[in-house]
Design a protein around this ligand. Structure first.
Ligand SMILES: [Zn+2]
Length: 264
């Protein structure tokens, strides 16, 4: 499942290719044929990312909502001659300089600002957005008896966090995923928010997930992390920092990884 950094990166990469352009819109697969016909020939006004949701605004007020879900993927073909679309391409947006193909999304549908508002109203603050209000995160976590490892995956509590950042942010903050939200102090909640925000920002920049501090590995600035040294606890057998066996267990329907030595 793509995490929030992937979605913000897609918005960032798509903006210069689509905004103020009039793409040819089609649905090679056919499942979005009616929607594509509505959008074809109109100007893209804006692209917005919110948590794991993408909103493409068109100049007549139409809003295209895309949620990639588990298997959704965008592909960019640069140049004026894109390859023939595969059978799974739900949506193709083509301009003279690039073609964007979307396949396998959980949602690709048309609506308006009211529909967008309805989706956003269900989401917690997204740390990658300038308008994010961390107080909402503090309130939701502070009064919850659910484990913090579950709360971090709840998009109504904080938007954009997936399974990797959940494990890694809790590791960096030294917090056991099974502690309840209400057991965390204000400083711990703030540290989690700041850590998630920093990890997501680094993910947008690098377009991949790397949570391990270079200095800790003795890598010079700018050096690429070695394979198997990009996370502290996530999907590891032993902790990258202390060598303890990593414990993993289902939490909020996803495997959660934690170090019994580093997280208490
Ligand atoms: Zn450890």
């Amino acid at each position: 499942m793509p995490e929030g950094h992937t979605i913000h990166r897609i918005a960032k990469d798509h903006r210069p290719l689509l905004v103020f352009h009039v793409p040819e819109v089609s649905s090679p697969q056919g499942r979005f044929a009616d929607g594509a016909a509505c959008l074809d020939g109109m100007t893209v006004a804006d692209i917005e990312a919110y948590g794991k949701h993408l909103f493409y605004r068109w100049d007549d007020g139409t809003v295209l909502h895309v949620h990639l879900g588990l298997f959704g993927k965008f592909r960019i073909h640069r140049g004026s001659e894109p390859p023939a679309p595969g059978a799974a391409v739900r949506l193709r947006m083509r301009t003279p300089v690039a073609t964007l193909d979307l396949s396998g999304p959980t949602d690709c549908s048309l609506g308006d600002e009211v529909d967008r508002e309805r989706i956003v109203a269900r989401l917690g603050p997204d740390p990658l957005r300038a308008d994010a209000d961390p107080e909402r995160f503090h309130r939701r976590v502070g009064r919850s008896r659910a484990p913090i490892g579950g709360l971090l995956l709840d998009q109504a509590v904080i938007a954009g966090v997936g399974n990797v950042y959940r494990a890694e942010a809790l590791f960096v903050c030294g917090i056991d995923p099974e502690r309840t939200g209400s057991s965390l102090g204000e400083d711990e909640r703030q540290a989690l928010w700041d850590t998630v925000a920093a990890m997501l920002r680094a993910g947008v920049k690098a377009n991949r997930i790397v949570t391990v501090d270079r200095a800790e590995l003795g890598l010079p600035p700018g050096a690429r992390h070695r394979r198997g040294e990009t996370t502290y606890a996530y999907k590891r057998r032993v902790c990258l920092r202390c060598g303890s066996d990593i414990r993993w267990f289902p939490l909020a329907n996803r495997p959660c990884y934690a170090c019994p030595g580093c997280q208490r």
